[in-house]
Design a protein around this ligand. Sequence first.
Ligand code: UGA
Length: 437
Amino acid sequence: MRISVIGCGYLGAVHAACMAKLGHEVVGIDVDERKISELQAGRAPFFEPGLPELLDEVLATGRLKFSSSMADANGADVHFLCVGTPQRKGEYAADLKYVDAAFASLLDSVEPGNVVVGKSTVPVGTASRLADELAERHPEAVLAWNPEFLREGFAVKDTLTPDRFVYGIPAGEAGEKATAALDEVYQTPLSMGTRRLTADYATAELVKAAANSFLATKISFINAMAEVCEVTGADVTILADAIGLDDRIGRKFLNAGVGFGGGCLPKDIRAFMARAGELGADQALTFLKEVDDINVRRRLRAVELTRDLVGGSLLGKRITVLGAAFKPNSDDVRDSPALSIAAQLQLQGADVTVTDPEAIEGARRRFPEIAYEADLTAAMSGADALLLLTEWDEYKNLTPEVAAKAVGSKNILDGRNVIDPATWRAAGWNYKGIGRP
Ligand code: UGA
């Protein structure tokens, strides 16, 4: 099929490359010319394992092109809308300015029989509004809403072989047409058994909001348990293993620590609360405010634990933060717990150095006042405390003996509960974890 992908950020760039991999003729379009020239040259504008290789492979076939001109969407059968929906400044609600602008501009390229497919995470009700706008200009085109569930760090795999496809479609013949087009787009994964569910627009939009809310709730649940463990001397990691063995609960997303961050979970639960409020259903989601609060509290707690670790005052203490990205295998620092803790410590008078295998550049742009050091040993040099806040393999695999040679004092906060307390303590370290004795 001929496909256009509007927006070449995380979602769009990966989607465009994966659609070409599935055999389609794809053009990826973005207003950011720098991003487009990077992608044209086969360079991913962000760190995502497997994406550079995939770009090389599909660019070589000639099936994938990138452009900064919306006119290049002309002639496509299916147009995917993949632009971002960030949190509005000073509000909880999602900012739809990129969706609205991209959609308005795409309308000039839509032809009768085309299917426009929204993939961006939008407040419920957006698809039906856009469907009305589409029907006004192009009565013979159809809109579908097909939310994306990819995780950063696994984006290629999640796009090529997702857990499920959800198609939000209109009733009747138009819906059948949209379903047939999407089935053709996703023929390869569907033939391998990926489940596909069809729904009305509102349900499809809500599936995405509900999925991310559930994941955020699971993380905050275990972090709330960590708070209780901290005042009782219990161990949240054993608690998580034990409750996780009940397959109604499951062990995934039950890792207590400094909490969730990134460009999705935090802003999606807030946008969901804001939308529910607009719809008069705010009570249904007040628990998400608690989920958010628990998450924010974890960051404050990490600052307190660090203060304790270095003897009660942060003033002038050399703190080395291992990890800046919001999670490993990503260079994304949006709402990163690690970086927000580092900034808070710096603000309270500590002398903070942050290291990360991939995210230093982005972190420096966001918090230029913090010191950054790419080399792990140099970063740890003379530290009064190490804070492991993003569980990259190189930090998980760090040994207490190697770290001891670099630091000034043997203090470590394991903000992700990924190193063994017994091993570190046996080597003479003062170890603190999250929700564990
Ligand atoms: C999340 C969802 O997992 C995807 O399914 C969804 O498509 C995506 O948002 C999106 O809406 O686009 P992502 O933001 O890549 O994906 O990150 P996750 O792997 O969900 O991790 C989110 C945060 O939770 C990270 O900061 C991670 O460190 C934290 N986390 C995760 C925990 O603190 N504990 C856990 O047990 C799991």
